[in-house]
Design a protein around this ligand. Structure first.
Ligand code: SF4
Ligand code: SF4
Length: 80
């Protein structure tokens, strides 16, 4: 499977979910056009099922997930 790069910066982007902030709404998993994210089976301290990164190599850096998350629980990182 090929690794996708941000169309503007040409750098690889990687999403990270902060499970302690996630409230399990699944907005991010539905928004991601590449299927990078999924809802996990584990609960956080608040009792919510949390999103997790399933296919990081598919991320294009479109930021849809970060824009959709009402809890600001997703960070996008770029490789150096
Ligand atoms: S930045 Fe885009 S491709 Fe990457 S995980 Fe978020 S929604 Fe999916
Ligand atoms: S949009 Fe945010 S709060 Fe909702 S499941 Fe995704 S990471 Fe969790």
């Amino acid at each position: 499977m090929s690794i996708k790069h941000n169309a503007k910066t040409k750098k690889k982007t990687l999403p990270r979910v902060r499970p302690e902030l996630c409230k399990g709404c699944s907005f991010c998993t539905e928004a991601c056009p590449e299927g990078v994210l999924r809802m996990g089976k584990g609960r956080n301290a608040m009792g919510y099922f949390t999103a997790e990164v399933l296919h990081p190599q598919r991320c294009t850096g479109c930021r849809f997930c970060t824009l959709m998350c009402p809890e600001v629980a997703i960070e996008l990182w770029q490789e150096d």
